[in-house]
Structure formats: C-alpha cells, structure tokens
Write a protein that binds this ligand. Structure first.
Ligand code: GTP
Length: 417
C-alpha cells in the first residue's frame, strides 16, 4: 500500500503529466477521469436545477401564451395542451423530483438526457400539428433547447453529441416529410442548423474549461498539503491528517503510536557542510521515513525544521518499538557523513515514541504528541541516536508530570513550536 505522503504525491505527478499531455479529446487518464466525474456530479446541481426550472417555466409560459397572445385556434390548443401536459411536463417533474432527492446521482445524468429528448420530441410534435393548420412553431426553439442542454445539463460532451446528431437527423426527416411551410421551412432549418453548431462549440469549450479549472484547482489543493523540500505532508496537512487518523482510531477503538523524530546535531551539520547539503540530507532522511508509513491510516510528515512525525494506526507496543527502531537504523544505514556529530560519524536521528493503548484511544492527540516530545527530549539527553519509548497514561498526577522531562523551549532556528 502507499505511504501517506505518496498518496498525496502520486496525484500531483499524475495531474502534472495530464496538464503536459493536454486533454483536447475531453478525457483524462482513468484515475483522474473517475475523480473528475465525481466532481462534475457534485458541482452540477445549480446548473441542472436551472435547466429543469427553465423547462417547467417554458412549458407553462407557452401554454399561457398559446391561447391568449398567440391566439391559437381551439382545435390546436387541445392537441398542444395534451403534448405539453401529458408528455413534456411529467418528464420535467420527474427531473425536478430526481434533482431534489438525488441531485448528485448518476440517474440525474440519464434524467437530463431524457428531458432533452422529450422536450425536443414534444416541440417537434407541436410543430407538425401546428404546420398542418398553417401555424409556424419556430424550429429555432429546438436549437435553443440544444444550446441550453449542452451548456447547463453538465452531461459529458461525448455522451450528448451522439444524441444531438440523432436529433438533427430526426428533425431534418420530420421537416422534410411532415412539416409543410414552404420557403420559411428552409429558413427555419438553416437558422436552427446554426444553433446546433453553436450548441456543439459551446458544449465542447465549456467542458474543456471545466476540466482545465478542475485540474489546476486539484493540483493546487494537493501541492498546498506538501512540504516543498521533502515532499512529505507539511505541518498544516500533518495536523489535519493526524486529527483524522486519531478520530478514526477513537471510533474504531484502535491502539496506535506516535513517533517524533529529530535529526541529531543538525545545526552543526549545516555549519560544517552548508545549508544546501543540509537540505539534501533532510530530503534523504525524509525519503527513509516515508517508507515507514505503509498503510492508509499511517501518517508521515515534517513537523518543522529537522523534526518529523510518524503515526502508526492499529499498532501494538512491540510492533511500534520495532518500527521506531527501524526508523533509527534506516537513517543510520544511509551513512550520510557528519563529521561534527557527537553521536556518530554519520547523520543519525533520535526518536521519541508514545504508544497509546486501546483504553486511551480517546486521549487528545496534543497530549500524545507532548508525551512523544518528552520521550524525544530524553533520547537527546541520553546521548542521541536512540529510541525512547513511553506508554500514554491519562492518570499521571501533577507531581509525576512535573518530574517528566519538559518539552524543549522554543527554538526559532529549528522551526519547532
Ligand atoms: N539545511 C536546512 N537546515 C534546516 C532546515 N530547517 C531547519 N534547519 C536547521 O536545523 C537546525 C536545528 O538545530 P537545533 O534545533 O539547534 O538542533 P540540533 O543542532 O539538531 O541539535 P540536537 O537536536 O540537540 O541534536 C538549525 O541549524 C536549522 O537551521 C532546512 O529546511 N534546511
């Protein structure tokens, strides 16, 4: 499984590759495409609700206008009403219900497509009936419906396009065989054809823009969670991820362990080798640490300066101690020369480990971090390059608490709290 920070880095790389590759075909790589569909469904509520509202308002207002302002003869009004209120309106109401109850479901997409078909079929039906009595229900209304669908339904372009093409063919056939309006019919077809073209162009460009905006916003969201130097979670993301993992541990009643890890004598390393080498050493240590967060709820991040935090969820005492010891060993095995370290001739880390038993799973994460910090301080005092473990206890008296090593005073240079 992926380490916690890799779970953030992988999408970042994927998105950058997608931006470089482009998406003129309106398709992303499969992993991104799935995420985009979710986003599209979530973000389409308002747009789809507006489209349904326009459909309902359109049917109602044309019913009102037909018999009053337009003065449609009585026989035509009857047929028109039947189409409007037994075909078009029920479909619009089904979509309204869907939109109210399952606004982000996949069935909403199907509802939008059916609405499109029913609205166009309804208008064409009315046009055929009207034309037989010499009345001309504007064909352009079909074109306007197509533009509205492409711009507001938020159904993906490649799903809508075949439907639109089928509707164009059906419309032309109906126009040529059933509608008899002479030259004005040709003019209608020409202007409606232009509206269809506008619908296709608007549909393509609006989906392209939505995809472009989503890619960039998602990239920024991921980047804002990563520490630029090490690629681990940054302090802000670390705190929220720790809080999330901790809440999960509380709900599920899981034991867990938190390790605070600090590079030994890193100030001396910088002084001796320079800050650029210091940065490279930090990156190398971070890579070694990231490999120790292997399960989805494990967390690894840069706490600040040369200090890191690892959380292992659902982890027993022995397992946590073994993992902490492995962290220390793995950094030592990198053999990054450190001529000024009092602990070893290479870069080493000290680790403060706090294990939290199931019965203390509801302990505040801040208290657990404080205990881990105290253990780290002890590891430093005892000579560095070692692990000091402690078990979380909620029943420490004030006296016991004050006997424990206190967290370090604030040090601006190291970026500690
Ligand atoms: N190169 C580099 N150095 C950093 C970075 N962040 C913090 N540091 C350095 O880390 C050092 C931390 O020093 P201290 O807090 O005094 O601790 P230490 O020298 O590691 O000593 P002990 O922790 O007691 O073993 C400081 O010199 C900081 O400048 C960074 O991003 N890059």
């Amino acid at each position: 499984m992926q380490p916690a920070d890799a779970a953030e880095q992988a999408p970042t790389r994927l998105i950058q590759r997608q931006i470089d590759r482009g998406f003129a075909s309106l398709r992303f790589m499969p992993a991104l495409e799935r995420e985009f569909h979710d986003y599209l469904r979530q973000s389409s509520r308002l747009s789809r609700a507006s489209l349904i509202f326009l459909a309902v308002a359109g049917v109602l207002s044309s019913a009102l206008i037909d018999s009053t302002w337009l003065g449609l003869p009585f026989e035509l009004v009857g047929t028109t009403r039947a189409i409007q209120f037994t075909v078009m309106m029920p479909m619009a109401l089904i979509c309204t219900l869907l939109c109210l109850r399952h606004p982000t479901s996949r069935s909403m997409e199907v509802g939008m497509l059916l609405l499109f078909i029913v609205m166009v079929a309804g208008m064409m039906g009315q046009r055929v009936v009207d034309s037989q009595q010499g009345f001309d229900l504007p064909l352009e209304l079909v074109g306007v419906t197509a533009v509205a669908m492409f711009c507001l339904s938020r159904v993906r372009f490649w799903i809508q396009l075949p439907l639109l093409l089928a509707l164009i063919v059906a419309t032309v056939l109906v126009e040529l065989t059933l509608v008899s309006l002479g030259n004005s019919g040709n003019y209608d077809m020409f202007s409606t054809g232009i509206l269809f073209i506008v619908a296709v162009v608007a549909g393509y460009s609006s989906e392209y823009t939505i995809r472009w905006t989503w890619l960039n916003a998602t990239l920024l969201r991921y980047l804002s969670r990563l520490d630029r130097l090490t690629g681990l979670l940054n302090r802000h993301a670390l705190e929220s991820t720790l809080a999330g993992a901790h809440a999960h541990g509380q709900r599920e009643g899981k034991a867990y362990a938190v390790a605070m890890i600090d590079i030994d004598a890193f100030g001396a390393y910088n002084d001796h080798y320079g800050h650029q080498y210091g940065d490279a050493a930090l990156q190398q240590v971070a890579d070694a640490l990231a490999d120790h967060a292997r399960r989805p709820l494990d967390t690894c991040g840069r706490y600040g300066g040369e200090e890191f935090v690892l959380l292992w969820m659902d982890c027993g005492v022995e397992q946590a101690s073994a993992l902490a010891e492995s962290v220390r060993e793995v950094v030592e095995r990198e053999r990054i020369a450190h001529a000024e370290s009092p602990a070893a001739p290479w870069v080493t880390v000290s680790v403060g480990l706090c294990h939290v038993e199931v019965e203390h799973a509801d302990a505040p994460i801040e208290s657990v971090l404080r205990e881990a910090d105290r253990a780290l301080y002890k590891a430093k005092r005892e000579g560095r390059n070692r692990v000091v473990s402690t078990r979380y206890r909620s029943d420490r008296t004030d006296e016991e608490n004050s006997a424990l090593p206190q967290p370090w005073p604030q040090q601006a240079s190291s970026g500690r709290r």
